[in-house]
Write a protein that binds this ligand. Structure first.
Ligand SMILES: [Mn+2]
Length: 334
């Protein structure tokens, strides 16, 4: 058995109640894998709750399970009666993705399960597998090993559905380059265990609100193509969101959409983060097409992520943030 599995199982044994942390603005991987972990812990006779530092996007409500407790901001957890002696993070690459929680170098999480190779999270122990397309794949391995070691059955159709959601979400429905034979093998196992893949994928990929369509239209209309059309970038300010009747979560697919343009190598969504009166800061969501490492590009500005999907924040005016980022991105074009 891998040493990480062993120490993770020992941790489960030692504690009765667990807090599962996921990153702010959670995605399908964070929701699916944290739900699967909570259901798994329940079967192992343990209590747990999931804490997301920010609200779960409405389009992901379907990923919630009725037997799992979710807190959608740290205050709700503090106000609740829920007590835990151990904190596990899942899909969280850095402390900054846990705003409002007390996680820091002085107060690390007990165990981090992640697949971001740029993981810098403060954790006593870590299991980071950068080859895994999603945390769901890692969790699948962990549960499988747990079943073997404890001669018990954990997988059921609900846990499998949550794992499938996680995997399909982070692989863009098995399309992204992170998809491996193991991804498909895992999905095959999950399908055999009663997962309704058609419905999960419809909800993940083929369903949009009008507000999302509106902001995507705006994003296309205001897109700029730079450096011989190899870089596509669009800027969305808070007032643009307001005008479209859209919210932050409606912008999630934008960087992906710009990447679809033939010839574009790097696609970027630059989004206003500061509220009125605050210091100007912009968040960049970056996607890459050919063999370009945008996690390295985002790393220049203190961000990170995956090779072809990464992000960062630049604390500067709109013009200067745009200038700084596009100038740096130029060197990454092929
Ligand atoms: Mn993930």
């Amino acid at each position: 058995m891998k040493p990480q599995f062993d120490s993770f199982f020992k941790l489960i044994e030692k504690h009765k109640s667990f807090l599962i942390l996921i990153h702010s603005n959670p995605d399908g991987d964070a929701m699916g894998s944290s739900t699967a972990l909570s259901l798994f812990l329940k079967k192992a006779g343990k209590k747990s709750a999931v804490l997301s530092p920010s609200a779960v996007p409405k389009r992901l409500y379907f990923t919630k399970h009725k037997d799992v407790t979710y807190f959608e901001n740290p205050k709700d957890k503090a106000l609740s009666k829920f007590q835990n002696s151990c904190v596990i993070s899942i899909d969280v690459a850095s402390d900054e993705l846990l705003p409002g929680t007390s996680v820091s170098k002085e107060n690390p999480v007990s165990f981090a399960i992640d697949h971001h190779r740029t993981n810098t999270l403060s954790a006593k122990e870590k299991y980071v597998d950068a080859k895994a397309a999603s945390v769901g794949e890692i969790l699948f391995k962990i549960i499988k090993e747990y079943e073997k070691a404890h001669k018990t059955k954990i997988f059921d159709s609900d846990i499998c559905a949550s794992l499938y959601t996680s995997i399909s979400s982070d692989t863009g429905c098995f399309k992204y380059s992170n998809t491996t034979p193991f991804t498909h093998k895992t999905a095959a196992f999950l399908l055999k265990n009663g997962v309704d893949a058609t419905e999960i994928n419809r909800l993940l990929f083929d369903t949009k609100n009008m507000s999302q369509i509106n902001i995507e239209q705006f994003a296309y209309k205001n897109m700029r193509l730079l450096y011989d059309n190899r870089l596509a970038i669009t800027v969305i300010d808070s007032k643009d969101l307001e005008n479209a009747g859209a919210s932050e979560e409606d912008t999630e697919a934008v960087s992906q959409l710009l990447r679809m343009i033939n010839g574009v190598q790097i696609s970027v969504l630059m989004r206003q983060q500061h509220k009125e009166g605050e210091k100007s800061r912009y968040k960049f969501s970056v996607r890459a097409n050919p063999d370009i490492d945008v996690s390295e590009l985002c790393g220049i500005f203190g961000g990170g992520g995956h090779k072809k999907a990464a992000g960062c924040t630049i604390h500067d005016t709109k013009e200067r943030a745009f200038e700084k980022f596009t100038a740096a991105a130029k060197d990454f074009l092929i």
